[in-house]
Design a protein around this ligand. Structure first.
Ligand SMILES: [Zn+2]
Length: 412
């Protein structure tokens, strides 16, 4: 291998490493590579804390957006740092579960990706932008007078499923990122096509005299635009902004991927079901939302908390999420009752199915081991083999699984 080929190979490897994205568990990835697909778990590498995804490496590059909604269960008297939803199929990243009152939330501060309370780590977020947003949200709730908190909870839950806002933000972001993508694509073409061809034709010196200044000029322009958009979209994540802008200005390979880096946390605060409704074709969004709906309706056992207070906060948040998801689905033209229809039988010997994961088994089994022991259901007799039978009929066969208690909070 010649010296020129070695250099191009090293540059290519550095560039590919810039396409790798680490996503902490609980984030649902919408990755256009080159078609827009949704991933709850990486098809490549993962560990108990998160997954490694790969962004589309070729111009004009894809989109890489992570949606995760709220990782906490909120209630009128406080929160618990867990939910009944398992957005990652293997469960959330291991973090100590904490119960806080709103008074305690007033002391929350942010340091990079960490939320701190009394200088101790209280929650580790996926990105600095997420940590800044969560910190701001919790401090806002803590500052509210108690009687206003119920209305705030209502607005916050509905905001997670605000499909029109997601569509509008997506479109305005795409328009704002267009020049960044264009300059990024030009830098990619210069770095990986034009410069190697010129070096091969005329040797090192003439092409590098023109190519290197052009690469850094492009990088500086991208860094400047990155700074403007980041300050506009994530005003509180100052440290993160400084790091990203510095890296983009000093490294053309990093600058090329700046649009993707900016877009990643842009829809993070929304529930993945709502992002799917906004971005995916109707049939694919419906399949994805049906799965999330069933998992919310029938949470995996055991539940993440066992205390009375935690169980109540979990249960009330769970009910709010279900209500808001139902409302958003109906507004989007879907019918959540159909999402609970029994699956078609894959074998005539099957007598029961899991209402959560739709696995099927014979009459001998009564619990789904995959879902931690959720009671299986029997197919309603009049609609056997039909995937379109009603959810109401399906729920008549076996008792509902245990679910978090949503009793009223104690009076202040
Ligand atoms: Zn199951």
């Amino acid at each position: 291998m010649t010296e020129r080929q070695q250099l191009l190979g090293i540059l290519g490897l550095i560039y590919l490493s810039e396409c790798i994205r680490w996503v902490r568990r609980g984030g649902v990835v919408f990755n256009r590579a080159p078609d827009l697909r949704v991933w709850r778990k990486s098809p490549f590498l993962n560990n108990p804390r998160g997954d490694i995804h790969v962004g589309w490496p070729l111009p004009p590059f894809g989109e890489f957006v992570v949606a995760r909604g709220l990782p906490f269960s909120l209630d009128s008297d406080g929160l618990v740092t867990a939910t009944t939803a398992n957005l990652h199929p293997d469960g959330p990243a291991p973090q100590p579960i904490q119960h806080l009152t709103w008074e305690e939330c007033a002391r929350i501060t942010v340091d990079g990706e960490r939320l701190l309370r009394d200088h101790k780590v209280f929650w580790l977020a996926d990105t600095a932008a997420e940590a800044a947003r969560l910190g701001s949200l919790l401090r806002t709730a803590a500052a509210l007078p108690a009687p206003q908190r119920e209305a705030w909870l209502e607005t916050t839950t509905k905001g997670l499923f605000d499909v029109p806002t997601i569509r509008a933000r997506w479109e305005s972001s795409q328009a704002a990122l267009k020049p960044l993508r264009f300059v990024g694509s030009a830098l990619w073409t210069l770095m990986f096509l034009l410069l190697p061809l010129a070096v091969w034709q005329w040797g090192w010196t003439p092409p590098l005299w023109i190519g290197i200044p052009a690469l850094f000029l492009g990088s500086f322009w991208i860094a400047r635009r990155l700074h403007q958009l980041h300050a506009q979209w994530f005003p509180e994540a100052r440290d993160d902004r400084f790091r990203l802008v510095l890296l983009a200005a000093l490294s053309p390979v990093t600058a090329i991927r700046s649009a993707e880096v900016l877009m990643r946390p842009r829809l993070e605060e929304f529930h993945p079901a709502a992002v799917a409704m906004a971005l995916l074709p109707r049939d694919r969004a419906d399949t994805f939302c049906a799965q999330l709906w069933r998992e919310l309706r029938h949470p995996r056992l055991p539940l993440p908390v066992s205390t009375d207070v935690g169980n109540r906060r979990l249960g009330r948040w769970h009910d709010r999420l279900l209500g808001a998801l139902r409302e958003a689905a109906i507004a989007n033209g879907s019918d959540p009752d159909r999402w609970e229809a029994p699956p078609g039988k894959t074998d005539s010997a099957h007598a029961r199915f899991c209402p959560r994961c739709h696995s099927q088994s014979t009459a001998a089994a009564s619990l789904c081991s995959e879902c931690g022991g959720i009671p299986l259901k029997e197919w309603p007799t009049e609609t056997t083999n039909s995937a379109a039978s009603s959810a109401a009929a399906a729920s008549a066969s076996l008792p509902d699984p245990p679910r978090p208690s949503a009793s009223s909070p104690p009076s202040p």
